[in-house]
Design a protein. Sequence first.
Length: 186
Amino acid sequence: MQKIIVKTLCVSCLLTVFFASTSRGAGAHEHGVARLQIALDGDAGTQATIIFETAADSIYGFEYEAKSAKDRDAQKAGLDLLKTSMPQILAFDHSRQCVLKNESLKVVTEEEAHSARKPDPHHDEVEHRSVEGRWSVSCGKSLLGTKLSINLVDKFSRIHDVRVITISESSQKSSTLKNGKGFVGL
Ligand SMILES: [Zn+2]
């Protein structure tokens, strides 16, 4: 048990570092692009951590600060839809008996996301916000060697590219799904 916990923490740390260092370019996020990072934890392949990120515009239609009741309602509706539909968006092999659990979901400004970056006076005219979420996956059987079906475009039609990185103890793969949906091998 101890060994599994240590390994889980290590892969999660790796994922966080990897995410922070490579998931964004030098500037703002790309509109219409979602990023999914899937880390299979531990030897058994029955646990995974998922980090999702996309422009807020893709989830609730705008990126300025939600101040009016109408905007706050639209923001909440988009975030709620993302949270509740993730088990359909990410369809793991049914025979693996996986359960997804949302661990966090937040809206971050590009300034927060790039707190280490020097302020750019030319970039401040337009506000950008991203939606970032983390899910844990717990399965009855190993996910290794199975296919994961991803379909973001049915719920979020502004998303056209899904960049997926999968990390296990033995490999790391990246792929881009066009048209907001497709399959990746685990
Ligand atoms: Zn933006």
